[in-house]
Design a protein around this ligand. Structure first.
Ligand SMILES: N[C@@H](CC(=O)c1ccccc1NC=O)C(=O)O
Length: 293
């Protein structure tokens, strides 16, 4: 596989269309099934769980959180902040609750964060919003024993940008103990050459300053306690695999504790859908990492 700079527009378009790589279904069907799975899964989760929905973390309509509380929140508990995917233009926090059941039953709080999608949202804004949501949560809730980030696809990109935050301007330094980055993009420039950018309208400069692979900070001693898991689906495209690999190497070179996991028999969509199952390998890895910390 050549470099993205040498690909035709058509090839780039294909590399950045995750639905075209699924081995389960054709491209329309796999997206339709994904929306159905995450919607249904969220409905089921909300039917049985204690929730605080639409909690504002800022002044704009899009700046809201859905909080799923652990069953017995008597002592301090870990908190997972989930950032949904959808190429910064689809999906929402309203369909992000599907991942909560196996976590909440283990005493972990889950927060699904909303952010302004394109075209209202642009990359600088969405990155600032998710950073602010993390600052808000740790300022509001004192019973948190550690914050973990979990993001899928475009949400993994946003979670990775949270890792590179200079917290000075937020007035708080959250204790981020781990991040689970699933099928993410960490280098945005190739995307500016695809139809994904039609709504986003990122310039090369915007793409570069919002590319996690270009914003990796040296791991400070405190950060050494933070463990990063980069997961990619077996049936993600070669470009998605390259992106995960390169971000993994960049973090490792900067001294971060990071691992790369290629998840067998999954595509871009079921790699995250299956998190509603306690026995799924990725669920197990996440629960393990949280219980070890
Ligand atoms: N048009 C895209 C859709 C897509 O990438 C997507 C859809 C739902 C959830 C996540 C997605 N990808 C990245 O955020 C595709 O071809 O798959």
């Amino acid at each position: 596989m050549g470099k993205w700079q040498e690909m035709t527009r058509e090839e780039l378009e294909k590399q950045y269309a995750p639905s075209r790589w699924s081995h389960r279904m054709d491209k329309e069907a796999v997206i339709e099934a994904h929306v159905r799975e995450v919607t249904e899964g969220t409905r089921r989760a909300q039917a049985t769980m204690q929730t605080l929905l639409h909690v504002p973390y800022g002044g704009s309509d899009g700046e809201k959180l859905d909080i799923y509380l652990p069953t017995d929140p008597s002592e301090a508990f870990p908190l997972v902040l989930y950032i949904h995917g959808g190429y910064w233009q689809f999906l929402s926090k309203e369909v992000s609750g599907f991942i909560t059941p196996p976590l909440v039953t283990q005493g972990i709080a889950v927060v699904a964060v909303g952010y302004d999608l394109a075209p209202k949202g642009h990359l600088d804004l969405m990155v600032a919003q998710v950073r602010r949501s993390v600052a808000f949560i740790v300022q509001q809730y004192s019973k948190i024993s550690g914050v973990y980030l979990c993001g899928h696809s475009a949400g993994a990109h946003l979670a990775a940008m949270v890792l590179s935050t200079d917290w000075e301007e937020y007035g708080v330094t959250p204790d981020i103990k781990g991040a689970f980055l699933v099928s993410g993009v960490y280098d945005l420039e190739p995307i500016t050459h695809t139809s994904v950018n039609n709504l986003l309208q990122m310039s090369r400069e915007v793409a570069r300053r919002n590319s996690p692979v270009l914003c990796v900070t040296a791991a400070k001693p405190a950060r050494k306690a933070c463990e990063v898991l980069i997961a990619v689906a077996q049936h993600d495209s070669p470009e998605f695999h390259r992106q995960s690999q390169e971000y993994f190497q960049a973090l490792r070179s900067a001294g971060w504790r990071v691992s790369l996991l290629d998840i067998a028999d999954t595509d871009h969509f079921d790699v995250i859908e299956k998190l509603y199952q306690g026995g799924y390998i990725l669920t197990q890895v996440i629960l393990n990492m949280i219980s070890r910390a």
